[in-house]
Design a protein. Structure first.
Length: 217
C-alpha cells in the first residue's frame, strides 16, 4: 500500500527588516528610525516577532515613559521569544499603541511566571522556543499570513539556521559601525547557500539604500 505524504503545515511569510551598516552590523550607529518604521509598514504584518534582546534593550525606556494610549485594535500582535523569561514590561508593551495584544513565547525550560501575570503565552520546545512550531501555531491559531521579525542578529540567525526566513529587507546606512565587534544581522547562523531574488534596490533619503530580497526555494 502506498501512502501519500501529508502536506507540510502552513506557516506565514516571514520577513526580517533590519537597519544595518555596510558591514551588516545592527548596532553602534544611529539608524534613521523614522524611515525604518515607515518602510516597516510595507508588509502590514499580522504579527511582529521580537527577540528578547531587542525588547530588554527597551525596558528602561518603557519603565520611565508615560502610559501608552492602549492596545491598537487594528495593529499586529506582538509575539516575543522569551525562553529565559526575562521580559517583565508586558502591560506597557500592550498599552504602547502599536500592537493589538502581546503573546509571550516560552519553552518547557522557561522559569515559572508570576501567577498574577496577565499575558497570553505559548509554550513550545523543550530547551529553546521551537520557532517552527511557533510559526505554524501563529498561522493556524492566529490566522497570521505575514510575520515581520524585529530583532538583532540572534533571532534572525536562528530563523535562518532553521530555514524559516522568506525575505530579508536591509536598510543600509552610509556609515561604518563604531562597534567593531557588533552583531551582524544574520547572527551566528551557518551559511545556507540559498539563491535570493531581488525585490527592491532603491536609494532613499540621506544616501540610505534599501535592499529587499526574497529567499528562493
Ligand atoms: N538595527 C536594527 O534594525 C535592530 C533591530 C532590532 C534590534 N536591534 C538591536 O539588536 C540588539 C539585540 O539583538 P540580539 O541579537 O542581542 O537579540 P535578539 O535577536 O533581539 O534576541 C535574541 C532572541 O533570539 C532567540 N534565540 C536565539 N537563538 C535561538 C534558537 N536557537 N531557538 C530559539 N530562539 C532563539 C532568543 O531567545 P531566548 O529569549 O529564549 O534566549 C531571543 O529571543 C539590541 O541592541 C537592539 O537594539 C537592532
Amino acid at each position: 500500500m502506498t501512502t501519500t505524504p501529508s502536506p507540510a503545515p502552513a506557516r506565514p511569510h516571514v520577513v526580517a527588516h533590519v537597519a544595518v551598516t555596510p558591514e551588516g552590523v545592527t548596532t553602534g550607529f544611529e539608524p534613521d528610525v523614522g524611515l525604518f518604521y515607515e518602510l516597516a509598514g510595507t508588509w502590514q504584518e499580522d504579527v511582529t516577532l521580537a527577540g528578547s534582546g531587542t525588547l530588554l534593550a527597551q525596558e528602561a525606556t518603557l519603565a520611565s515613559a508615560p502610559p501608552g494610549p492602549g492596545p491598537a485594535a487594528d495593529g499586529p500582535l506582538l509575539a516575543v521569544v522569551d525562553g529565559g523569561g526575562r521580559i517583565s514590561r508586558w502591560e506597557e508593551l500592550r498599552a504602547a499603541g502599536h500592537w493589538s495584544d502581546v503573546l509571550a513565547l516560552h519553552s518547557a525550560c522557561t522559569p515559572p511566571r508570576p501567577a498574577s501575570r496577565q499575558v497570553r503565552e505559548l509554550v513550545t520546545g523543550s530547551e529553546r522556543v521551537d520557532l517552527r512550531a511557533v510559526l505554524e501555531t501563529l498561522a493556524g491559531r492566529e490566522g497570521a499570513g505575514v510575520v515581520r521579525v524585529d530583532s538583532g542578529g540572534s533571532l534572525i540567525g536562528a530563523l535562518l539556521a532553521a530555514d524559516l526566513l522568506d525575505e530579508v529587507s536591509l536598510l543600509v546606512h552610509p556609515c561604518l559601525a563604531a562597534d567593531r565587534d557588533g552583531q551582524r544581522w544574520y547572527g551566528n547562523a551557518r551559511g545556507t547557500g540559498r539563491a535570493l531574488e531581488l525585490v527592491t534596490n532603491e536609494t532613499l533619503r540621506d544616501g540610505i539604500a534599501w535592499l529587499r530580497h526574497r529567499v528562493r526555494r
